[in-house]
Structures are given as C-alpha cells and as structure tokens.
Design a protein around this ligand. Structure first.
Ligand SMILES: Nc1ncnc2c1ncn2[C@@H]1O[C@H](COP(=O)(O)OP(=O)(O)OP(=O)(O)O)[C@@H](O)[C@H]1O
Ligand SMILES: [Mg+2]
Length: 424
C-alpha cells in the first residue's frame, strides 16, 4: 500500500516513520517532507504543497490513504477537496477545522454545549474592546480569531499590555484578517496538558497523554515558541482526570459537532489548563496532532498505525485498541540560532546517530544541499529518548544531543521537569 503524509515538520516525520513500520507498506510519500524523511528508504519526499496537485498525485499514484499534519491545508479545505474526488483522507473538513481556525467559533461552540472554558467576549470594534478591558482589568488574555502561526495570543499581565495587544490586532492590523476579530478571555491559572484523540465522526480513540513546553528557555521562561520539547505519558493526567476530560470536554465536543451538522473527523487536540483542585478547562482546540507531542507519542505506539488510520476513515475506530510502550518517551527540540523570531538557515548538522530502541531523532527544519545536511527552519530536530522513568528518558535524549552539532543550536536542558518534580 502507498500512503501520503502532508507536511514537512517533525510531526510528519514521526507519523510517516510509524506508518512505514507496517508490513503492508510499499511506500510512504511525504509532501513536501524534510531532510530526515529524505534519508529513510521507506519514505519518499514529493515536492508538492498545493492541495489540488496533491489530490492529483494521490489519484495518479493510487494512494490508499492521505494523512494531513498541519492546520493550514485543513483550514483551506484539503479534506473537502479529496472527498469530492473520492479519495480517502484523514482530517477534519474546512467546516470542522473551524474549531482551530476560528477562536470565536470554538468559544461560542463551547459555550453553546456547556464545555468548560474561560469566560470570554469577541470584538471587531476596538473602542468596545478597550472598554471591555477597562471593565475586566489584568491579567487577561487577547487572542486573534484566526490562524496566526503561534503569534496570535497575548497573555497580558498588565492592562497596558492588554490595550497594546488590542491596538496591534484591531487598529494596526498587524495580523491581517486573522486579527480582524479578537477574543478576550479570562486569565486561567494552572498547569497545561495536551489531550489528543482520534475521531471518525462519532467514535473517539484517545491517544497516550502528553505535555509540551512552549517557552524557549529553561524553567518555562522566555518567548513562546512552536514547542521546545514534550513527553508522554504526562503524569498530571491521572486516570481520574482522563475520565473527567473525556466526559466533560471530549465527548460533548464530538457529539456537539455532530449535532450541529459538522461531524468531526481527524485528530482533535484539546489544550487544557488544569487548576490546583484538578479541574480542567479548555484553553483551545487544535484539529491536528501537536508538534512536538507527536514525536514522543509515536515513539511509544506499538499498534500498526496504518490499520488505525484505515479504521479511522472507515468509521470503525470503536474496534481499535491501542497498545503503548510502557516506557516514557521524552523529546527535546534542537532549534536554529535566532529561533523563534528570525531563525538562521544553512548551518551544517553533524553527528545524528542511527536510531536505537532507546533513541530516535526526528527531523523538521533540515535539508540536504550538495549531499550535506543543513538547517533550513526554526525547529531543526526533535531527539526522543525512551526510558523506564521520565529521568531515564531525559538522560537518553540529552546523551544523544551531545553527539549532535550545528552552529547556534538552542535547546532547553530541563524538558520533563514538571513530571520529575511531581510527587509520586
Ligand atoms: N485563558 C488563558 N489563561 C492563561 N493562559 C492562556 C489562556 N489562553 C491561552 N493561554 C496561554 O497561551 C498559549 C497559547 O494559547 P492558545 O493555545 O489559545 O493559542 P494558539 O496560538 O492556538 O496555540 P497553539 O500554537 O498551541 O495552537 C497557551 O498554551 C497558554 O499558555
Ligand atoms: Mg491552537
């Protein structure tokens, strides 16, 4: 069988790597892929990104099934397009992807269906937004309605910052259409976790739990990034909390979407804020896998992923039971100099060791030029270690990182610290 994975990041490398382990796989195409997917003999990069051209490729190459990694093609309707042409694809339609592509859609959906989330109001008019800020005070959170590549959320600790964020989005149009409307919401305190499930329209299959680190620097300081590391499982998501999140958030979301006539298919990712008392609220939905959460999650998955996707597009996820490696997987992102604002490209990468049962390195911003591996994007690699404890997985990952080199490499030295600190 031939499978197509759409995307070029570490998430897509990990998905393609796992799918390719299936005995029934002839080839996994990755469009456009990266320097790591180019190296693996079971994977083949194809230089296509346009959705219509991808659909044509899928038809011409007799692709059994397509899996979409990133949100942009989903929000643009790649799933609608493939389905109109009778091609099998796993992901949400353009309409269902609004759970991620419009914060206002997600918030009003949650309010309508009684799903726990921060209080909010949406504004297009800046005077009204400023007046609301004056009434609510700080801390407060301002979010661009549309997709803004991780730059659309301002957690304002002072009222000056809050007003400046509204000006930036509504008056100065710094985020374009994405910022033409803003959601202003209550500031929530607690610890974050990622809750990711697969959905086939009605059945829900939870993946292993995970937690990521969004800040650039150790101790969760510095600017927000796409994610500097992640691990699975996340001990904060106890079995009791897991059951509650399913009951209060995930099931009502999937049922609510179906009831509203927009059945959800694809990966559904709820970003959670868990308070001290163990109550979870939904910070956001993403309609795709997380990056870097995918890398440790795929490193732990034992079940044949191809068969899982086949059930997902057939609407029979209720018959699937996933089997997980009992070890912890912990992924550390190595980012380029200048990341996240202005990542430098073209630094030579050396020393990536071959995969072992205890460590695997997934590529993101890498490419081959004249046969040499170079950096080509902000997040360059995600090195995943596996071990019987978070500490042991962490040790594996960092020992491997010491062998890898490129000029200006930035990585955190404390990925997993919350899980390690947590009382047993
Ligand atoms: N109501 C809130 N209270 C406190 N912090 C918040 C709140 N909403 C968002 N945040 C913080 O801002 C981050 C980004 O918010 P959110 O997840 O909504 O944005 P996003 O741009 O969609 O993120 P992602 O790139 O992960 O999809 C969250 O991970 C969290 O740390
Ligand atoms: Mg999001």
């Amino acid at each position: 069988m031939k499978i197509l994975v759409v995307g070029s990041g570490g998430r897509e490398h990990a998905l393609a790597w796992k799918i390719a382990q299936s005995e029934r796989i002839q080839m996994v195409y990755v469009a456009p892929g990266n320097g790591g997917t180019a190296l693996d003999a079971r994977l083949k990069n194809v230089a296509i990104t346009d959705p219509a051209a991808l659909a044509q490729f899928a038809r011409d190459e007799h692709i059994t099934l397509t899996v979409v990694g990133p949100e942009t093609p989903l929000a643009a309707g790649i799933v609608n397009l493939f389905r109109e042409r009778g091609l099998k694809i796993f992901g949400p339609t353009r309409e269902a992807a609004q759970l991620e592509s419009s914060k206002d859609f997600a918030k009003s959906f949650m309010q309508r269906h009684g799903i726990p989330t921060a209080e909010y109001q949406t504004f297009a008019d800046s005077a009204a937004a400023h007046a609301y800020l004056d009434q609510r005070g700080a801390p407060i959170v301002i979010k661009a309605d549309g997709l803004a590549a991780g730059k659309g959320v301002v957690v304002a600790m002072s009222s000056d910052e809050a007003h400046a964020a509204v000006d930036m989005m509504l008056s100065d149009n710094k985020l374009g259409d994405a910022g033409a409307r803003v959601v202003i919401e209550e500031f929530l305190e607690g610890e974050e976790a990622s809750f990711i499930v697969m959905v086939d329209g009605k059945n829900i299959l939870p993946l292993a739990t995970s937690q990521d680190h969004k800040r650039l620097l150790d101790q969760d300081l510095g600017p927000n990034t796409g994610g500097m590391g992640a691990y699975s499982p996340a001990p904060i998501v106890t079995p009791a909390l897991h059951a509650r999140v399913m009951r209060e958030i995930i099931i009502p979301t999937v049922h609510g979407m179906a009831k509203d006539g927009i059945p959800f298919t694809g990966f559904l990712y709820a970003g959670l804020m868990i308070d001290k008392a163990g109550n979870a609220k939904t910070l956001e939905f993403n309609c795709r896998m997380g990056d870097p959460e995918t890398q440790p999650i795929m490193a732990r998955l034992k079940t044949d992923l191809l068969s899982v996707f086949e059930h997902a597009v057939a609407g029979t996820l209720d018959t699937v039971e996933l089997e997980w490696d009992r070890r912890t997987a912990l992924g550390v992102v190595m980012a380029a100099a200048g990341y996240p604002d202005a990542p430098r490209k073209g630094d030579a990468i050396t020393g990536i060791p071959a995969e072992t049962v205890e460590c695997v390195t997934f590529h993101a911003g890498t490419t081959h030029i004249d046969g040499k591996l170079q950096t080509s994007g902000g997040r360059v690699l995600c090195v995943v270690g596996l071990g019987d404890s978070v500490k042991m997985a962490q040790k594996q990952a960092y020992e491997t990182i010491e062998q890898i080199g490129f000029d200006g490499a930035q990585y955190r030295s404390d990925i997993g610290w919350r899980a390690i600190k947590r009382p047993a």
